[in-house]
Design a binder for this molecule. Structure first.
Ligand code: FES
Length: 118
């Protein structure tokens, strides 16, 4: 395990386009909610903070995918984000993406490695 890595969960805890696993990270010196999902076989993590208003995305804990299991959707005003990049695809997020996390999966485990713009 490299310096700064943190074990988040076992790989089988994340089902394809299933429930997100929530955890906390430190962002600019403050605890911030984050989540990781599995999509298209990979693992993707983001701060759990909509780029429209700093609200958590989940409509119920860990439920961040749209009904088709294709995109992430904010439960407050319906901003839509690409699950594999955090890019805003529609709704009130405009051009602002989610803050993405560096995640790694190996040996059946999922690790948090850092925040991409933090
Ligand atoms: S807070 Fe997410 S769309 Fe408005």
């Amino acid at each position: 395990m490299a310096d700064g890595e943190r074990l988040i969960c076992t790989a089988d805890a994340l089902l394809e386009a299933g429930k997100a696993l929530r955890f906390e990270v430190e962002y600019f010196g403050q605890a911030a909610p984050a989540f990781v999902v599995r999509f298209d076989g990979g693992v993707y993590g983001y701060l759990n903070r909509c780029s429209h208003v700093a609200m958590e995305l989940d409509w119920r804990e860990g439920e961040v995918f749209d009904a088709e299991g294709r995109d992430l959707i904010c439960s407050t005003h319906g901003a839509i984000y690409a699950a594999d990049s955090g890019k805003c695809l529609g709704g009130p997020c405009g051009k602002t993406p989610l803050v993405s996390l560096r995640m790694a999966e190996r040996d059946g485990k999922v690790y948090f490695e850092g925040i991409n713009d933090g």
